[in-house]
Design a protein around this ligand. Structure first.
Ligand SMILES: [Cu+2]
Length: 172
């Protein structure tokens, strides 16, 4: 019974598009002083970030920091009195649409390119309303969503699960 509830809940989450995605900032490089000043802007260009997705900043505690700042502070590399996260890894969930700006506040790091600007879009943007997802059919995948992620997307599991568990579905 618990399994059924889990599967139904997973399907409903999928249908509502609220399965959040973790974005590992900088991929394997993590959050550090980059080799080029456009490293994090090109990383951001490869992401499709929607509401309730999470940014994961991987760094060693106190080696770097993360501060969410206004655009002017991002441009000036000046955190002002923004809240500073100095414990790695830091995870920040983006709960609304818009542009968000992050910098490292360790001396000189932001100037070296350790700064990130992301654009968060509404979660309803991805599924195509003209092609509804039928039971057993995989949803259309936006190739921009995970261009650098080699692992299979865990979302698929939720759609496949009910059929492996209950082959007679939907006759239950
Ligand atoms: Cu830093």
């Amino acid at each position: 019974m618990a399994k059924i509830i889990f599967v139904l809940a997973a399907i409903m989450m999928l249908m509502n598009g609220i399965v959040a995605v973790d974005h590992i900032v900088g991929d394997d490089s993590g959050w550090s002083t980059p080799s080029s000043t456009n490293f994090y802007s090109s990383w951001a260009d490869r992401q499709n970030i929607v509401v309730n997705d999470t940014l994961v900043f991987n760094f060693n505690t106190d080696a770097h920091t993360v501060a969410m700042v206004p655009r002017e502070a991002f441009d000036a590399c000046d955190a002002g009195n923004a809240e500073i996260h100095n414990v790695g890894p830091t995870e920040i969930t983006l709960s609304e649409t818009g542009s968000f700006f992050f910098i490292c506040t360790v001396n000189g790091h932001c100037e070296s390119g350790q700064k990130l600007a992301v654009n968060v879009t509404a979660s309803g943007d991805s599924p195509d309303p003209t092609s509804p997802i039928l039971p057993g059919q995989l949803p259309p995948q936006s190739p921009a969503r995970h261009p650098k992620t080699p692992d299979p997307q865990p979302h698929h599991l939720y759609l496949l699960l009910p059929y492996s568990l209950f082959p007679s579905w939907p006759l239950l």
